[in-house]
Design a binder for this molecule. Sequence first.
Ligand SMILES: Cc1cc2nc3c(=O)[nH]c(=O)nc-3n(C[C@H](O)[C@H](O)[C@H](O)COP(=O)(O)OP(=O)(O)OC[C@H]3O[C@@H](n4cnc5c(N)ncnc54)[C@H](O)[C@@H]3O)c2cc1C
Length: 449
Amino acid sequence: MNDVTQLNPIRVSEVIAPTTLDEIVAAIRTHPGPISIGGGRYSMGGQTATDGALQIDMRAFNRVIRLDAVSQEITVQAGITWRAVQEYIDPHDLSVAIMQSYDNFTVGGSLSVNVHGGYTGLGPIVLSVKSLRLVLADGSVVSASPEENRELFYGVIGGYGALAVIVEATLKLTDNVRVEEHTEVMALSAYQEFFAKNIAGHADVIFHNADLFPDAYRSVRAIWYVKTDKPLTVKDRLIPTDADYSGNRRVVKVVSDWPGGKWMRQHLVDPWVYRKSAVEWRNYEASYDVRELEPASRKSSTFVLQEYFVPVSRFSDFVPRMAEVLQRHHVNVVNVSIRHSRPDPGTLLAWARSEVFAFVIYYKQGTSAAAQSEVKSWTRELIDVALSENGSFYLPYQIAATDEQFRAAYPRAGEFFALKKRVDPQNKFRNRLWDAYYRPEAVSATGRH
Ligand SMILES: Cc1cc2nc3c(=O)[nH]c(=O)nc-3n(C[C@H](O)[C@H](O)[C@H](O)COP(=O)(O)OP(=O)(O)OC[C@H]3O[C@@H](n4cnc5c(N)ncnc54)[C@H](O)[C@@H]3O)c2cc1C
């Protein structure tokens, strides 16, 4: 197994791709060793595998079970991708309420990470989940929702495959509306006021993010999409699956490889890209393919994501400190995307413990052992900066945090691990993330660790 970064080769013993619930239950009941769960495999630190495991590849378990277009709800098998969901619901003028900014990911992988996108007034995907169906480590099949098996619901969402296999999910949908793109470049110091005035509380603003320009990190381009009745300038309802992303890839290459490339992007490329304001469907804007970012090779260098979250009130303290670490270590940052999130309603491993701004860092790194070790050291510095601002860091990326940092960012990990010990006493469900932080022998029934 490997993931999209190609940095985490893991030798598993077997991979199965079940198409029925019975096959999943039978595999869990009968397999004697560790079991890992794979969705789209876009996590970047071995979260879908561990050495010698049986990997359940969920991607063939991918049917739509029920769509209720009137109450705007869909029930799907967890291995389905957002793209397949979009293709199914688009003819009904419906949209996914919360997902990432690309549509290649599976629903199960997204729930297990508790993902978020650039949707305004929203936050983690848990806010859009009605209920789940799970297969536990003993092979039993149970339902979970905020009303039923509540602890499992709030543990499994954001639980990175530690507690159960998610086999079905019922998600709330929303209207597929037309949106008009707006954009404005401003000093970083003006951004929070801009956000408060133009984005926060505006129900007609559907998507928003702000790109913080490297390497100075002193100005941003805010981009927002407002609901509109204007005629479409983009006729496609979804981005065609064979769309040509070569232009975007060239831009990433210029920004990451050329001397002056970051300046060119900010002052020449972006003004050209954003010269006209598009009117398009919401589903169109939510259907980008990760191919957009794929470099020609990941052999000697690769592109990786990281994400940090800080309370809204710490925004202006955090950014210069983050910038200082990135500059001092000469990190080859392609982009930092700023987003906003409401607080998490109760998942045990919540990354939004309060209302937060998120900083998504997309950067290029070498693949050598020395390069990986250098990344680990500046990542730990950045985590410390986020923690000292009462913030957190995101878990689907490379596993660099010390045990102490993990505990500080996820203070309810003790409760999560106690739940794991109860529902998975043999530690069947394993992967590199939990191999790093879960010590079953150290968990007591009270959740102390
Ligand atoms: C280019 C790119 C852009 C991204 N953008 C965003 C973004 O905008 N917002 C955001 O929040 N994240 C983003 N991410 C991170 C991404 O959301 C996560 O990596 C997510 O897990 C990907 O889904 P997946 O289906 O590939 O999951 P996988 O990587 O396959 O799995 C992730 C975790 O979920 C577990 N899992 C998978 N399926 C199940 C299941 N059915 N039951 C139980 N556990 C399961 C796995 O064991 C693993 O621990 C991005 C990643 C990339 C590479």
